[in-house]
Design a protein around this ligand. Structure first.
Ligand SMILES: N[C@@H](CCC(=O)N[C@@H](CS)C(=O)NCC(=O)O)C(=O)O
Length: 198
């Protein structure tokens, strides 16, 4: 049984989707970030960096959503190709999230929601950067059915929760991303993972 510590953020949701996709046995523990539960002594003993998502599986404690996705893919034997070049492409697109898109989104969030005074102009520059990066995804999806290849993978799972909640205007600039979004959002594991935690 995997213990899954999470909250309703895109990093938490991508692991929730993956757990649902793999069918692995898991139990969810909500860490309410709004109430500061990530700083509780109990949770800091599990993850000293005080952040979700975190999983504990058979003596292994693992943090960082990208590392968790790779671990769960290997454990379940799904959503990560074994052939070297196909695998490398999936990890390349996963890294787009781990090192480019997700940190930039966080920085933009901090500049508008945490910074006193808020820095909307700086945040807007970062948002423009994210939109430029999404162009790469749109171009990739013109060539392949999924991100990083012809099979659904952890690169798609990492991407899905980062899209804006209201996609109507957003998708006008990204037709291939829209096709992909409509396809992936049909998956029941994605629908369940996006609702979590309940
Ligand atoms: N790079 C990490 C980011 C983890 C992270 O920053 N999680 C946020 C929520 S999405 C968090 O727990 N923040 C609580 C805090 O910083 O106090 C990942 O991919 O998992």
């Amino acid at each position: 049984m995997i213990d899954f510590y999470t909250y309703s953020t895109f990093n938490g949701k991508r692991v929730a989707i993956m757990l649902e996709e793999t069918g692995l046995d898991y139990q969810t523990h909500i860490i309410n970030l709004a109430k500061g539960e990530q700083r509780s002594i109990e949770f800091l003993e599990i993850n000293p960096s005080g952040r979700i998502p975190t999983i504990v599986d058979d003596g292994l404690t693992l943090t960082q959503s990208a590392a968790i996705l790779i671990y769960l893919a290997e454990k379940s034997g799904s959503f990560l190709p074994t052939e070297a070049s196909a695998r490398a492409k999936v990890i390349e697109w996963l890294c787009f999230h781990a090192t480019d898109i997700s940190p930039t989104m966080f920085d933009s969030f901090y500049l508008t929601q945490r910074c006193q005074p808020a820095q909307p102009q700086a945040a807007e520059l970062l948002n423009q950067r994210i939109f430029m990066l999404y162009q790469n995804f749109d171009a990739e999806l013109a060539k392949h059915e999924f991100i990083g290849g012809d099979s659904y993978s952890i690169a798609d799972i990492a991407m899905f929760p980062t899209l804006p909640a209201d996609t109507t205007e957003f998708f006008q600039s990204y037709p291939n991303l829209q096709r992909w979004f409509q396809q992936v959002s049909q998956r029941s594991a994605v629908q369940i993972g996006m609702q979590m935690p309940v």
